[in-house]
Ligand binder design. Sequence first.
Ligand code: SAM
Length: 223
Amino acid sequence: MRVARFLFQKLTRVLAGNGLYLSKSLNYKQSPAPLPINFDYVRYATLGLCFEQLVARQVPGNVAELGVYQGDFAKRLNQLFPDRQLYLFDTFEGFADQDVSTEKASGFSTGEQSFANTSVELVLRKMPHPQQCIVKKGFFPATAADVDDTFCFVSLDADLYDPILEGLRFFYPRLALGGYIFVHDFNNDEYRGARQAVTEFCRAEGIGFTPLPDSGGTAVLCK
Ligand SMILES: C[S@@+](CC[C@H](N)C(=O)[O-])C[C@H]1O[C@@H](n2cnc3c(N)ncnc32)[C@H](O)[C@@H]1O
């Protein structure tokens, strides 16, 4: 079992290092752009397959990430969708005090991890198509108040219960038919608010989702 896991990991790293990802037909396909070296294979490969579906089904809309930090996942989104605008929602100063208060009071997480070591400039420097980026710096959902758009793909990676629930409430109604929302940390014991937000929202709205076995766990919602 251990040998099989080792060989699988080795194989996926070699393939990804060459810019390849697993396609729907179980063939390996050339990715539109090279993948990062320290990537999460399951998360990035699933994104690649969802991207294929969005293109094949001509799903309209722009792309967004809530929880950008240093922009590693956002960079991949910007690579994959050069023709679509990419909204980047983050304080770019780490967690907001009011979200951390809810986390602590609810026992979801300590909220103590710092994501303050970033900046808008650092993130934009990484982007292959920075002209497509719309930076929404500050506290979400306040920063979404003037956003009137439709989305084909949204990454919710804010870690904490309040912003994830607000993210689902804001983006799901604005998701195009056939669009996807990835919610990171669904299976992360260090951030239990993510699972709570997804479970609560999906139950209330009668929506299904697919949990991924990636690092931290991602819940994938498709409209
Ligand atoms: C885990 S990091 C994101 C990681 C990133 N997606 C990546 O690929 O590396 C979580 C981010 O969510 C942001 N965040 C959390 N709550 C927020 C809120 N209410 N408004 C804006 N940003 C928030 C934090 O500032 C932090 O940068």
